[in-house]
Design a protein around this ligand. Structure first.
Ligand SMILES: C=C(O[C@H]1C=CC=C(C(=O)O)[C@@H]1O)C(=O)O
Length: 419
């Protein structure tokens, strides 16, 4: 396996990497500050970070150790960094944004160090420059992002009908034994007349989905509700999601749908597998681990989910990325048991997931960071967007209902693209 660190300056590395963080006055909505060019973002409820430019990029290739390979490259970079960071809050100083493939067999994972970062946490804002030359401080944008114009839509790897058939095949496989749950996903393609400006999507997503984590890393853009891990010192947190219902047209239908979700044995089963996969991964890493006994309801703009909060204390020092690596893939996106579910996904989905359903987020030089599961997202490549949505399948799943659920999940990105 190859690990490459590609610099936008000539090799070998251009002397020490200078990282400078300064406190700045409130910059207003972060997404509105992004200039044109490569961007990265992690935003929720007005806090988080936006980043631009590219000082270093690591492409660790495929393999189960792609997370370790990226971590080693980042550590080598941190070793030669000269960091001036008077704030020392999670995300200040040297920070990298990453997005990893769902399937260990797939190449395409990326960890990148931007040239400039604008962040806000707990009401304090900062600006960081990373690189041999200081980047320009954030200024009001002269080139406001343009939303995509008219789009042409087409099916991805499978038509709706074919995907329903794949879900039926997954149900049959579960009923025949050896597999308890598998998450089946599908993709959808949209094509614009001109390159899609990710900044317009970020702005819409962050405003419409304040309870989700709006993210962008190397063309993967979305708003995920699922927190794989937040690491702050020895403290870790996660929010496990699985089990979904639509939103109602009004409050009473909404409540009725929520009650049906809470009472559904099928959704409880889906959810239980996801929680147990997180417990199994975190228990060996934690000195204490607190997982709620019963899920609560998480209401989002287009769906409602069963959600279980998780809190723990790490037994030994580990970076946020290393904890994310230990957790991936949870049964919220793969299934139970993991190897049989991964095999079923490879055989039945008929597509490569790329970085959809993989960890996406950031890690700083202290090891703090936040990683979500890349859901409700699209891969933007020039004028094309490839949207993804998946659903947990258990023995009692109904393929038609799962198709409707996937359509609801597509809406997050479809609406961000269309207006
Ligand atoms: C796989 C996805 O959602 C997961 C997260 C929450 C609820 C899910 C479900 O109810 O099936 C999925 O496990 C997706 O949005 O593509």
């Amino acid at each position: 396996m190859t690990v490459s660190v590609a610099w936008d300056a000539p090799d070998p590395l251009p002397g020490p990497l200078v990282v400078r963080t300064v406190e700045v006055s409130d910059p207003g909505p972060l997404a509105a500050r992004l200039p044109r060019g490569p961007v990265a973002a992690w935003l929720r409820r007005g806090e988080g970070m936006v980043a631009w430019g590219r000082t270093a990029r690591v492409r660790p290739g495929g393999g189960a150790d792609r997370f370790d390979a990226a971590t080693r490259s980042l550590a080598a970079l941190a070793d030669r960094a000269e960091v001036h960071d008077p704030l020392e809050v999670p995300g200040s100083g040297l920070v990298a944004f990453g997005s990893f493939t769902f399937d260990p067999a797939d190449a395409g994972s990326v960890l990148e160090v931007p040239a400039a970062v604008l962040g806000r946490r707990g009401g304090r804002a900062w600006f960081t420059t990373i690189g041999a030359h200081p980047a320009a401080p954030p200024a009001p944008l002269v080139d406001a992002p343009r939303p995509p114009g008219p789009l042409r839509w087409s099916p991805g790897a499978r038509t709706a009908e074919q995907w329903r058939g794949a879900v039926a095949a997954a149900v049959a496989r579960i009923r025949s034994g050896g597999l308890d749950k598998v998450v089946m996903a599908r993709d959808l393609l949209a094509r614009a007349d001109a390159p899609i400006d990710e900044r317009a999507l970020l702005d819409r997503l962050a405003r419409r989905h304040p309870d989700c984590y709006t993210f962008a890393v190397d063309g993967l853009v979305g708003a995920t509700p699922e927190l794989l891990v937040r690491r702050s010192g020895r403290s870790v947190e996660a929010l496990v999601l699985a089990g979904t219902s639509p939103r109602g047209a009004g409050p009473s239908e909404d409540r009725a749908l929520a009650e049906r979700l809470a009472a559904s044995a099928k959704d409880a089963e889906e959810h239980r597998y996801a929680v147990e996969s997180v417990r199994t991964a975190l228990a060996p890493l934690c000195a204490d681990l607190d997982i709620a006994d019963r899920p609560r309801l998480l209401r989002l703009a287009n769906v409602q989910h069963l959600a279980t909060p998780v809190h723990g204390t790490l037994a030994a020092d580990r970076t946020a990325l290393s904890v994310a690596a230990a957790l991936h893939p949870t049964a919220a996106v793969c299934g139970t048991p993991t190897p049989a579910a991964l095999e079923a996904i490879r055989e039945l989905e008929g597509m490569g997931r790329g970085r959809y359903a993989g960890p996406v987020g950031w890690v700083d030089q202290r090891g703090d960071g936040e990683w979500g599961i890349a859901l409700r997202c699209a891969h933007i490549d020039g004028p094309t967007a490839r949207l993804f949505a998946g659903c947990g399948i258990v023995a009692d799943s109904d393929p038609a209902a799962e198709l409707a659920e996937a359509d609801n999940k597509f809406r997050v990105m479809a609406d961000a693209l269309t207006g």
